[in-house]
Design a protein around this ligand. Structure first.
Ligand code: UD1
Length: 429
């Protein structure tokens, strides 16, 4: 298993290129299932999750080729096997995104239940309920959701779908299913994330009729067929936010090319309140921050919420900043029930954090000291890298396969900014 060895204490300076968003690329790869015509996606990040999704669609019979410049060409003719098996779904929950498009285009689908994951139980009951409202018959058997259309029907039918909570992949499944359904679908309580907007824009390019994306009410007028398209994946606001927190923590001055400030308002506001200078500039975002954080930055309390609120996917990385900033802060996680797995690892690095239920109380310390820590999930791994960049001495982050799931060559990008960080391959470790 690969590890990252970090020698902390260097400031970050220069320019970093922000990749396409994982959480947009994954549904967009699934959207290619909605048509038999070629779909070309540009700016697809090089990530383990993208490789898993490509494996998943290839396994169904889709032809999918990826080049070295981040372009993926897909063609989903008649699929031999409209199925998402457990072996792939268990490594990536987003596989559930195949359910809506398969059902909408082929009238049947078999997708494994995702099961639990490190950050919580993460059920898919809302996905099932919404697709049932559109006329799908779904049974759960032997760990699989087996979905079909009632006898005599060839298409899903439009419906009004009101989910119990805001769900990102749920909204995406409904968007894709509704695009090919008969009649109108109204999504109430829809997620508003930029990745939803990006997916809707891709679907519109394919001939879908969608209005209201980016708000909580999305209206979709189903069409009989969608066609191929070419689409560039939106920049990854979580990768960008992670780099912003890293620079804030280490001090320095970095330009994040392709980052979208308008997608990161909540995080940027907190960074400014902490004492960093963050500005949208042509083609990206610039941040500068003074070191050491314990003198120049003030810890910030925040609570995670759905977009446009503070993203749960940035909670751990911002906490890494709070642990070495001045003063006390309160971090409240409202989206997932078990998303403080990084806390015990940060404590091993010298942080002072006390967790009670959904709330972590953080007391800023002057310095962290390097240690061996273990990555437990994707964003927790990123937070440990940030902590390692500021810690005194060497930090070894173990189990970074979690990091590779969602970050495009993170250590190479950090090295380009002056960090002392290297990958130790499993064989050598
Ligand atoms: C997506 C993101 C993930 C992010 C999360 C919240 C992708 C591929 N992943 O995950 O990075 O952390 O949004 O911003 O885009 N829930 C149910 N039943 C359901 C669906 C959701 O109870 O059927 C609950 C979840 O357990 C969670 C909350 O709703 O507590 C929000 O989850 P959801 O928005 O669905 O997360 P994902 O789409 O899985």
């Amino acid at each position: 298993m690969d590890k990252l060895l970090i020698r902390g204490g260097r400031q970050l300076r220069g320019e970093v290129l922000i990749s396409g968003a994982k959480n947009a690329a994954l549904p967009e790869l699934c959207a290619a299932l909605l048509t038999g015509q070629p779909v070309t996606l540009h700016n697809v990040p090089r990530l383990q999750d993208v490789s898993t999704m490509l494996k998943l669609v290839r396994n169904m019979g889709v032809s999918a080729e990826r080049d070295d410049n981040g372009t993926v060409r897909l063609e989903a003719g008649d699929l031999s096997n409209p199925e998402a098996p457990y072996e792939l779904v268990k490594t990536m929950r987003a596989s559930v995104l195949a359910l809506g498009p398969l059902l909408a285009r082929f009238g049947h689908a078999k997708v494994s239940l995702p099961g639990g994951c490190a950050i919580g139980s993460r059920p898919v009951d809302q996905h099932i309920k919404g697709l049932q409202a559109m006329g799908a018959e779904i049974v759960v058997e032997h760990g699989y959701m087996i979905a079909s259309l009632p006898a005599g029907r060839t298409r899903l039918k439009g419906a009004r779908i009101l989910t119990d909570m805001v769900t990102v992949t749920g909204t995406e499944n409904f968007l894709m299913a509704a695009a090919l359904a008969e009649g109108e679908t109204l999504l109430e309580n829809a997620a508003q994330e930029p990745e939803i907007v990006d997916l809707a824009e891709m679907l519109i390019r394919m001939g879908a009729k969608i209005e209201g994306h980016g708000t909580s009410h999305i209206r979709i007028q189903g069409v009989e067929k969608l066609h191929g398209c070419e689409h560039a994946v939106v920049a990854d606001r979580i990768e960008a936010g992670t780099f912003l927190c890293a620079v804030a923590a280490t001090g320095g001055d970095v330009f994040l090319r392709h980052a979208r400030a308008d997608h990161m308002d909540a995080v940027i506001d907190k960074l400014r309140d902490a004492g960093c200078t963050v500005a949208a500039q042509e083609g990206g975002v610039r941040i500068s921050s003074s070191a050491p954080a314990c003198e120049h930055l003030k810890a910030q309390s925040f609570s995670t919420t759905e977009y446009p609120g503070f993203p749960t996917d940035m909670q751990a990385q911002f906490m890494a900043l709070n642990v070495i900033a001045r003063g006390a802060s309160m971090v409240t996680e409202t989206i997932f029930e078990n998303r403080f797995m990084h806390v015990n690892e940060m404590v091993r690095l010298g942080a002072t954090i006390h967790v009670e239920g959904k709330v972590a109380m953080v007391e800023g310390v002057q310095q962290l000291s390097g240690a061996t820590v273990m990555a437990t999930d994707l964003r927790a791994s990123a937070s440990l890298v940030i902590a390692g960049l500021v810690a005194d001495g060497e930090t070894l982050v173990d189990r970074i396969y979690h990091l590779d799931r969602g970050y495009d060559r993170m250590e190479a990008k950090l090295r380009g900014l002056g960090a002392d960080i290297e990958r130790i391959s499993g064989a050598a470790a």
